[in-house]
Design a protein around this ligand. Structure first.
Ligand SMILES: CC(C)(COP(=O)(O)OP(=O)(O)OC[C@H]1O[C@@H](n2cnc3c(N)ncnc32)[C@H](O)[C@@H]1OP(=O)(O)O)[C@@H](O)C(=O)NCCC(=O)NCCS
Length: 152
């Protein structure tokens, strides 16, 4: 990924992350929720990718005991399919592995082929399904997990 900077996010990134949320999701997080994540939620960890002097993608995670629960992953529509999400998630997974988190999970819509392929490429597998999970259309959620050995 030439010229892309992948780094831990801070509250200064909240507005740009909010902008990406609005571009990417039918039920975006509010700016207040994102600011809360940075200022109050000690279990939250966010990574962003910067390119062309702006935040072009991000991913978030909550540390819950020895598990990482991925809250969101998104890339600006005009920056997709350049391996930016893969780079962001790779950094997030490696960093949290180094902190002792070897089990990561997330929910994804069965219709979200791009995201499922991304997660499979990173080693996630479907282990369950939540019925009527998404409020906007009642779509189920696939529950995916990635487990790695401590040596990795
Ligand atoms: C899902 C998303 C984050 C992928 O971001 P991206 O930066 O375009 O993905 P990458 O370029 O890093 O792709 C990595 C791998 O994911 C898979 N992938 C990504 N986009 C894909 C697409 N449109 N179709 C098929 N596979 C795709 C491929 O396996 C790809 O590897 P490859 O190029 O070597 O084949 C992006 O499409 C997005 O923001 N979608 C809207 C928000 C969203 O749905 N987030 C997930 C919520 S669960």
């Amino acid at each position: 990924m030439p010229d892309v900077i992948v780094r831990q996010a801070t509250v200064k990134d909240a507005e740009e992350i909010y902008e990406i949320e609005q571009l990417c999701f039918p039920d975006p997080w509010s700016l207040e929720s994102l600011v809360y994540e940075f200022e109050e939620n000690e279990r939250a960890f966010y990574v962003v990718a910067e390119l062309d002097n702006k935040v072009v993608g991000y991913a978030g995670l909550w540390w819950i005991f020895d598990e990482g629960h991925i809250t969101n992953v998104a890339v600006r529509p005009d920056y997709r399919q350049r391996h930016i999400a893969e780079g962001i998630m790779g950094v997030m997974l490696q960093f949290t592995n180094e902190q002792g988190i070897y089990h990561h999970t997330l929910e994804v819509r069965p219709s979200n082929d791009a995201a499922i392929k991304l997660y499979e490429k990173l080693g996630f597998e479907v282990e369950g399904r939540r019925k009527n999970y998404y409020a906007n259309n009642g779509e189920d959620a696939l529950i995916m997990w990635r487990h790695v050995e401590e040596e990795e």
